[in-house]
Write a protein that binds this ligand. Structure first.
Ligand SMILES: *Cc1c(COP(=O)(O)O)cnc(C)c1O
Length: 491
């Protein structure tokens, strides 16, 4: 048996490369990353899927024998990293752009190599403390007490789910009462909230969509009246969601006024700052988000405004005990792990999780907060600059001055033909590839939106956006005028 065991050990030897092989692997990966980064400014904003990409991966079946590193990296280049939307590029303005912080990438590498068990404090007290340090820094940033509950999640949607179940516990909503409770959202509340309500078993709540004002912010007076009417009709208003930067237009709800209404009706106030939260680092952002410290819970996405790669959201809950009641657990096989201090797993749906704190903490350490403050202020000014430039182009109708860094606009005109022209313009821009932006509908009208949040997005990219939009806007308007049925001429 010993001999057989040794044979198996030898057959599995590849799983543990020696130092020279590790160095070779790192060097090849490093070269790949550098080549890709060097090509990034010249890559299109969007590349549609194609047969060559499918073939490139199909040529790499997972098999019994190893594949060469060169072949796999070539497959990644041809089959993966060439395709789709190019989020980390400076010329990317779609959806909500995400960064690609290089320091975060290195942090992920270190966290993976050392593989600290960060779910339970006993497993890696230092890793838990790094998570704590990030969460405490965020509590201070948002004006939350330092004993608030918090969790670093995989993203904003899971963070929202944690907030919603914490709210359910905090507000004491029992399953049998759900159908007699009411929740207040708007048309522009991110769908992550409705999704979280459904996953949490709360889809039978009565959901009110509170009207927006002309700048796409929640109408706090209408919220107050609706909650009052619902209470009078025997419903229990228990949750209101404010947005600190909607995905559609970047609008920030009047957080103070919403907090007043929430307090007067005894509702839990959740603030969705997944996109906008980072602007708390700027003086202007702090003014616009004033009142966020009065919320009961909030969500923020470091993989948006702190430029870390995809995979990190944050939830903060003022009443840590509510958060713990929603997520707490105990198990016989964890009896050695101590329980005096709360662990990340006590406040999270996850038990085992990656050491996420490092990918936020290391860049903050190595860059310093001032650099983030400058970058975010730059994005706010770029959005205002773009808004001004668009107003100078007569063929466009431009939305309100941006609260944060999303600007909405469209080729002027009403009706289905104008909507179709705007849809065509968005497609034309995406196909052109020099920049990328995405569209939405607001009040049933097709709008284009320029979202400025990429760490690599600077003045030259916004200048380019103005140029591309102007040029293709003229082309699309001409084409659609040409396509309109001409009045019948004399025959
Ligand atoms: C991105 C976003 C979310 C969802 O977060 P994910 O990280 O994509 O899961 C929720 N709300 C807003 C306002 C967002 O911008």
């Amino acid at each position: 048996m010993r001999r057989r065991i040794r044979e198996l050990q030898a057959a599995a030897r590849r799983l543990e490369p020696a130092a020279p092989e590790r160095a070779e692997l790192r060097e090849a990966a490093g070269h790949y990353a550098e080549r890709w980064l060097a090509s990034l400014p010249g890559l299109p904003g969007y590349v549609p899927d194609d047969a060559a990409a499918v073939d490139a991966l199909a040529a790499l079946p997972i098999g019994e024998e190893p594949t060469s590193l060169d072949a796999v990296l070539a497959g990644l280049a041809a089959g993966v990293d060439r395709l789709g939307v190019n989020e980390p590029a400076g010329h990317f303005f779609g959806f909500i752009p995400s960064g690609g912080s290089h320091v975060s990438a290195v942090a992920d590498y270190l966290a993976a190599v050392t593989n600290r068990y960060s779910g339970v404090r006993y497993g890696a007290p230092g890793a838990a403390r790094v998570d704590d340090a990030v969460l405490s820094w965020l509590c201070e940033l948002f004006g939350y007490p330092l004993d608030a509950g918090g969790d670093l999640t995989s993203g904003g949607s899971v963070a929202t789910l944690s907030a919603v179940v914490s709210a359910r516990e905090g507000a004491g909503v029992a399953a049998r009462d759900v159908a007699r409770t009411a929740v207040y959202l708007t048309e522009h509340t991110h769908h992550a909230v409705a999704k979280a309500l459904r996953i949490a078993g709360l889809s039978e709540c009565v959901v009110r969509r509170v009207p927006l004002d002309d700048r796409f912010r929640i109408d706090a007076g209408a919220l107050d009246r609706q909650a009052g009417a619902d209470a009078a009709a025997g419903l229990r208003p228990w949750l209101v969601v404010a947005s600190a930067g909607t995905t559609d237009t970047g609008a920030v709800d009047p957080l103070e006024a919403v907090a007043d209404v929430a307090a007067s009706h005894g509702m839990w106030l959740h603030t969705d700052a997944a996109y906008g939260g980072a602007f708390m680092l700027t003086a202007d952002g702090r003014q616009r988000l004033a009142g966020i410290e009065r919320s009961d819970s909030l969500v923020f996405d470091p993989h948006k405004g702190l430029f870390v790669p995809f995979g990190t959201g944050v939830v903060l809950v003022r009443d840590r005990d509510a958060m713990r009641r929603a997520h707490g657990y105990s198990a016989a096989y964890l009896r050695d792990t101590g329980a005096e201090e709360l662990s990340p797993a006590d406040l999270s749906p996850e038990l085992t999780r990656p050491f996420r704190g490092l990918r936020v903490w290391l860049p903050l350490q190595l860059n310093g907060v001032a650099a983030y403050r400058a970058a975010l202020e730059e994005k706010l000014l770029l959005a205002r600059f773009f808004h001004q430039r668009m107003q100078q182009m007569r063929q466009f109708e431009v939305g309100p001055e941006p609260d944060l860094s999303v600007v909405v606009f469209r080729l002027a005109g009403e009706g289905p033909a104008a909507d179709e022209a705007n849809t065509r313009l968005a497609l034309a821009i995406q196909r052109d590839g020099r920049i990328y932006l995405s569209s939405t509908t607001i009040g049933g009208r097709v709008m284009l939106r320029l979202a400025i949040l990429g760490q690599r997005t600077h003045l030259e990219h916004v200048d380019l956006a103005v140029e591309v939009i102007g040029e293709l806007g003229v082309a699309v308007s001409r084409a659609s005028r040409g396509a309109e049925p001409q009045p019948p001429g004399p025959t």
